[in-house]
Design a binder for this molecule. Structure first.
Ligand SMILES: Nc1ncnc2c1ncn2[C@@H]1O[C@H](COP(=O)(O)OP(=O)(O)OP(=O)(O)O)[C@@H](O)[C@H]1O
Length: 752
């Protein structure tokens, strides 16, 4: 049952839904005896002009159409939600309109004033003025309607053939731009008026102007990656970071001490002592005549340490932060060789952990050079050789179970992964005799959570809390470290007057970028740590003692090129070939191995075309350096680079840490380093051991903000000079570059 059946029809159908609906309402109201409020409706409708009615009808049609279109566009899924971007845009448009209306309403507010009751006359005037404005607008609208009607009639006359009136209306709706514009304008004005009224009404109520659709907040800029601020001292203390880190000793980078003048005090001895004759000779053989700052600062603390510590002696751990190439390796290698060379029997007394195989090889070479003639056995485990080969190198007797182990080595240099494998699977491999545990490139190693290596290695340096259940007996020649005797049940220390035997292992941590992460430092279980920071005397020496340190070699020059990505290869070519820059003994860093290999090919093709095409000069030799290369190949490449047979090595960050190639005079970051540490370690491949060096960073325009922000945060932006290469300076390379690019496409196309 519907109203249409029950209710009498009110007059002839006009075909206008809105009017019929209003009439029905009226009839319903009168039958149900509704009061004056509802009966006012038809009266209002009757007052509407014919034009107005037609316009309303048209608006209604239009709204219906929009609704239908929206329905059609919406996905059939019930959970459909409006597109947030479209909604935001809609709101933004509404906001602009609101702003207009707000400014109107502001002026209105001034007019209507809310300026107190004494202004009632002014208010009246303002109202009248407003009414007048409205009246003018209405008149204008009517005139516009008339004009439109006239135009439509003319068009109809001109049109030939019979056309249905309804279709005319539809066509007019869709295609008559003029009319639509006019209508839209008129509607806008209506809406604006309405909004003006709303705004002034809400203001008059004393509230702030709240448009129906609140404007969306402006879009936030995408946040740039940035390092967390250095933790507060109180936070560090709560997290268990020992106080020693706050009382760091700052050492000026320029400090130098001739080898013969280095003196240190051995406890219980009145006279200060110098280095042994033998080690001085060895140092002379590797061209070390004076100690650099990090060595001069730390050696007087480490050299007095004894092979077997005296009871109750202070067993501090040491943390050393010093710039790249400042000589950290010798800072631990010299004392280890000096102290261990006093040993009588071989035990594993020094373990040096490094993040990569290449570094292990490099450090082993330094130690072997220093230990010549001492009888110390030095070995390494990196996974480069078979596990059995390594075991054979490590352990003298793997058959007889021995509580004190059976080491063939005095000093072991290892990567963490392989070290863990041997701790787990090599019989008689023990760390109980360790006197020094060195963690070089400490920040990188602390970031490697591989098998939780750090916690495990530290656990192997300490006797377990619970007694170990032995399944075999001690052999006559089996030597157990004193701190382990209780754990093995060899002595009973439970009596009240017995002090536990201390562990003799001291930890030495080295890095150019020592970690700021308190939890990582806490994981080291440091014992009374001493913290040394080597940096330029120009840098502040107080609050930076907490948090990450970025110190740079003072002989380093840094430059940056901000350029479009497409011009990077040409700019690199310019740096290589232009006599002002002469980048010809350089490491070039890319973001990945793939980009490194592509760049190598491009430069090779370019050199072919340029040199053959009469570009002049010697062909620049470029090679890639990747982790997939066999160690022999790598060694050969590095040797060729040192001999000048190779001019540029292109690589990813693989080589960036610790590698010591004295012949690197320039470093080019072809792809921008993503964080400050990477930057420090990359640029640190040049300007080593006090030599001059230049670091170039190529920054794509869209990366400039991030890069500069990163440098600024580290207080380093001012040290980098901006260089601009003019487009015309690159013109001479264009032809050869185009040839190289064509060949590159062919090359990779063929490979693909
Ligand atoms: N006192 C010295 N006199 C002359 N050369 C030195 C001295 N100390 C170190 N060197 C040389 O300086 C170079 C850099 O030393 P080393 O590799 O130990 O630096 P590093 O501080 O460990 O750098 P990185 O942080 O990059 O690993 C090496 O070639 C080394 O032989």
């Amino acid at each position: 049952m519907s109203f249409e059946n029950d209710m009498p029809q009110a007059g002839p159908s006009t075909g206008s839904g809105a009017v019929i609906h209003a009439d029905r309402l009226n009839m319903m109201a009168s039958t149900s005896g509704a009061g004056a409020t509802t009966s006012a409706l038809p009266t209002k409708k009757k007052n509407l002009s014919e034009k107005q009615k037609a316009r309303n009808k048209k608006n209604l049609k239009k709204r219906k159409k929009i609704k239908q279109a929206q329905k059609a566009a919406a996905p059939k899924n019930k959970e459909w939600k409006p597109d947030p971007v479209l909604e935001a845009l809609k709101k933004a448009t509404a906001q602009t309109a609101d702003q207009d209306s707000e400014s109107d309403s502001d002026s209105e507010k001034e007019d209507t004033g809310l300026k107190g009751k004494e202004l009632t006359k002014e208010e009246k005037d303002a109202k009248e003025a407003k009414e007048q404005r409205k009246q003018e607008k209405r008149e204008k609208r009517e005139k516009r309607e008339e004009r439109r009607e006239r135009r439509r009639a003319e068009r109809e006359k001109a049109a030939k053939g019979a056309v249905e009136p309804a279709v005319i209306g539809d066509d007019a709706d869709v295609s008559d731009d003029d009319e639509e514009d006019g209508e839209a304008e008129a509607m806008d004005e209506d809406e604006k008026d309405e909004r003006d009224e709303n705004a002034s009404a809400s203001e008059a109520e004393g509230g702030t102007t709240q448009p129906v659709e609140s404007s969306p907040p402006p879009l936030q800029a995408f946040p740039l990656p940035r390092a967390a601020p250095a933790p507060d001292a109180a936070v560090l203390a709560r997290q268990g970071l020992p106080k020693g880190l706050e009382d760091a000793v700052f050492v000026d980078q320029s400090l130098r001490i001739p080898i013969d003048e280095l003196k240190f005090q051995v406890s219980g001895n009145q006279e200060s002592q110098g280095l042994s004759e033998r080690i001085r000779k060895r140092l002379g053989e590797i061209d070390v005549e004076e100690f650099f700052a990090v060595q001069a600062a730390i050696l007087p603390h480490l050299l007095p340490l004894r092979l077997v510590p005296l009871p109750y002696s202070n067993m501090s751990d040491y943390l050393i932060s010093a710039p790249t190439g400042s000589g950290k390796t010798l800072a631990y290698a010299v004392p280890i060789v000096e102290i261990l060379s006093q040993r009588v029997v071989t035990r594993l007394r020094a373990l040096i952990v490094l993040p990569t195989r290449d570094l292990v090889v490099q450090v082993r070479e330094t130690l072997e050079a220093l230990a010549k003639g001492t009888g110390l056995n030095i070995g390494s485990v990196t996974g480069q050789h078979s596990f059995a080969q390594e075991q054979h190198q490590l352990i003298a007797d793997m058959e007889t179970p021995l509580l004190g182990g059976s080491s063939k080595l005095d000093i072991l240099i290892a990567t963490p992964g392989r070290l863990m494998d041997h701790l787990a699977s090599t019989p008689n491999f023990t760390l109980q005799h360790l006197r020094f545990l060195v963690i070089d490139e400490a920040d990188r190693l602390l970031n490697q959570s591989f098998q939780n290596w750090l916690a495990q290695v530290l656990a192997y340096t300490r006797p377990p809390d619970k007694p170990i259940e032995r399944t075999f007996e001690r052999q006559p020649y089996d030597h157990v470290a004193p701190a382990w005797t209780e754990a093995f049940g060899l002595i009973d220390m439970s009596a009240e007057w017995n002090d536990p035997v201390p562990v003799t292992c001291q930890k030495l941590l080295f890095s150019a970028t020592l970690t700021r992460d308190p939890s990582k430092v806490a994981a080291l279980a440091l014992n009374d740590p001493k913290y040394f920071i080597v940096q330029s005397s120009l840098l502040p020496s107080e609050p930076t003692s907490i948090g990450e340190q970025f110190a740079f070699p003072s002989s380093l020059t840094e430059k940056m090129l901000i350029l479009p990505a497409a011009l990077k290869p040409l700019n690199l070519i310019h740096l290589i070939h232009h006599s002002d820059y002469h980048v010809n003994s350089a490491l070039v860093f890319t973001k990945s191995v793939e980009s490194a290999l592509r760049l190598v090919k491009l430069l090779e093709f370019f050199e072919d075309a340029y040199v053959l095409g009469g570009g002049g000069g010697k062909r620049v030799q470029v090679r890639g350096y990747t982790g997939e290369m066999k160690s022999g190949e790598r060694k050969k490449l590095l040797a060729d680079f040192t001999d000048g047979k190779v001019n540029l090595i292109v690589c990813s960050d693989l080589i960036a840490r610790g590698m010591d190639l004295p012949s690197v005079s320039q470093v080019v970051s072809y792809d921008v380093p993503l964080d400050m540490r990477k930057y420090v370690h990359r640029v640190g491949r040049t300007a080593r051991a006090g030599r001059e060096g230049t670091a170039w960073t190529m920054i794509e325009k869209q990366e400039a903000l991030h890069f500069k922000g990163m440098m600024n945060a580290a207080g380093h932006l001012k040290s980098i000079r901006k260089v601009k290469v003019k487009e015309e300076d690159l013109a001479g390379y264009r032809e050869s570059y185009d040839i190289a690019m064509r060949r590159l496409k062919e090359h990779f196309g063929r490979d693909a």
